[in-house]
Design a protein around this ligand. Sequence first.
Ligand code: ADE
Length: 314
Amino acid sequence: DDKPTELRAPPTPSRGQSRSRNSSINGRISADDFEFGRVLGEGSYSTVMLAKHRSTGQEYAIKVLDKGHLKRNNKLATALAEKNTLVRLGAGHPGIVHLHWTFQDEWSLFFVLDLARNGELQSRISRLGSLAIPCARYLTAQLIDALDYMHTKGIIHRDLKPENLLLDDDFRLKLTDFGTGKVLTAGAERSKTWVGTAQYISPELLEVSETSKSSDLWALGCIIFQMISGRFAFQGLSEYLTWQKIKQIDYTFPDGFDEQAKDLVEELLVRDPTQRLGAGPPGSANDMQALRAHPFFTPIRWDTLWTDPAPPLE
Ligand code: ADE
């Protein structure tokens, strides 16, 4: 049911003019089909750039990965895995950055992605200090809807954090960076690799290096805490001390933290991965439906979640 991995370029409108000198002649899309703009973000192996598709005028975010750098660090498989994950996710969900095309040249791999013009949620939280409850609620609901879709497709993100939550033109959420994503093969509910960012890593990842869909729910709890309080749930003076706090589930809510949000976070930051809200099999008392039905989400209209206007970002 996967889409072909080599996605084809749209037909170039023929208006009689010749195509640019280096434009591909085999009908495939290439870097010359785009006008590259400013840098939107930078990772260890990649740079995301604003790019305008010349013939349609459509703007995208293009992730450019340095092949030499990837090879030297044995990360080619990781890049390929990210592409496969994105292809598998397809255009099936408004809350997940869609991969439109991929191509390469001698030096780089290019992933043409949806542009999320309002950038990373992390920089919004930093600028605002924290988010108002209606805003945190709305973004949390969108994140849950995107996670549910992803998990249904057998994909774990494994590095959920506000840097990977982008905001589009309408301030709706778009999940990105599947560079550490994992496709669970049939029958495998857990995977044994260790990835993630210190503050959002779950206890089971620290203790037994075992990840499952539920590790994404732990990160969700950390993100809700951070959106509302403006600080990390778990933060020590060093990475090691942060891990100690995670293993002991040692965190405290600031005064005035919304009561329903507090209850929700407490149901997510649970040591046993199977007991987290949203982690149970469909029909169980802690399935995804139960997560959506949590009192914190009472004002949310799940059926019109992606068409309702976003509350003002404040
Ligand atoms: N930064 C990283 N990825 C991005 C995207 N798809 N859109 C906008 N900014 C980004």
